[in-house]
Design a protein around this ligand. Sequence first.
Ligand code: GLN
Length: 523
Amino acid sequence: MTELNNSELIRLSAAQLAVKLAAREVTSVEVTQAYLDRIADVDGQVNAFLHVNAEEALAVAAEVDAIRAAGGAEAEELHELAGVPIAVKDLIVTIGQPTTAGSKILEGWHSPYDATVIKKLRAAKMPILGKTNLDEFAMGSSTEHSAYGPTRNPWDLDRIPGGSGGGSAAAVAAFEAPLALGTDTGGSIRQPGAVTGTVGMKPTYGAVSRYGAIAMASSLDQIGPVSRTVLDSALLQEVIGGHDPFDSTSLTDPFDTLVAAAKTGNVKGMKIGIVKELHGEGYQAGVENRFNESLELLKEAGAEIVEVSCPNFKYALGAYYLIMPSEVSSNLAKFDGVRYGLRVLPKDGPMTIERVMGATRAAGFGDEVKRRIILGTYALSAGYYDAYYGSAQKVRTLIQRDFDAAFAQADVLISPTAPTTAFRLGEKLDDPLAMYLNDVATIPANMAGIPGLSLPGGLADEDGLPVGIQLLAPAREDARLYRVGAVLESLLEEKWGGPLLAQAPELKNAALGTASNSAGGSN
Ligand code: GLN
């Protein structure tokens, strides 16, 4: 039906696809099949998917096509993104597909219910292509902590795609999906976005329901969009957002001006604050160069650039690595070998519940997860609680106050998303602290619950790899990020002569390996 070949079709943005689907220039089955073919061609190398949901995705696509072909009221009521496929981070529970959280402990487990965001994708009739790879229980910055093998960066297959949501970011960057869902506890949507040249948005805490996202650190976790354009993220956030009675932290704000903001981008007269503590020393030269270039472009477009200081940000990483593991140790206590997934029986000795639990957790959890459970248990133990967890909570308040002061001087804040471009697989695997440092610029937003958007800022001079630019706004001002992000994106694309991803090297076709599809059975 369409005049576009598959390679062109999969390179369209979600917004462009939506227009073509509504005009019936292309069918959802064609689009969905083109993506499934792409997954079959390249995912053997990228390993973005843990499970491919071909049959169900095509059935949803066919349903949308039939409604559109019949016309009438039902066709008119279809959501704008109806028929546009999407991939989902495998931390979000889904009926009909396995959910592993990247862990052996949940291998083969199927959720009896859908996350709220999944219900919303189904209501919008967006075909779900499958579940994407992640660091185990979302703990990591490289996707190397997945029990199902690392995901690779489509820009350079020897490099990490970021983490924990490396699968979602790599799928979108490799044109295996136009959109994806991620979760961001300390940067897991934004940092993978930065290192893969894609867009990643962490909404305001509570703007998108967390019901059905397997909890890592509940006071920091947030589901959000992964896409190739700022407008696409806004479109997706409007689908998945909104109040949910199943999530007691869910906000009642409508968040319904996001798409309009992305379409009417404007920075004239806006004050954009450079955070002194979030660039400079420790940041790669090429990252700094692209960051400065973005500042120049925003200035030319009429924004006023000011400098702000957030002196307590230097404690953010330390406080995060107390609060997050504390919540992790409590949230992961439910994986006891009784209720979910794996059960390992002790080899000998008495068969007590404690020993079954111990054997199951020893076999089911990977090293990074164990490290954090031990850290968190220690930080919360009697006698240490005030010294560690209590102090970290006080730092959290100081970070929120720093943001309040900064937003009194600027409408949005700007920084590089990550201090470096994608590092090599294995480079930081034996050095957890070096890995943790990659989140230095993204963590403050989670500590304060504010929204953060990462968009591609160009390629670093020294290695030719993508650099991310992060924009931050006060809580509930997600629309402001889309407004500013859309301007910066269009100025940068003008400079590059098109989207940054067009400069990514072509992936050679390679058959889908069995390893990438082993999680939780067949597809
Ligand atoms: N990389 C960070 C960590 O390891 C953030 C993880 C996340 O956002 N899920 O904790």
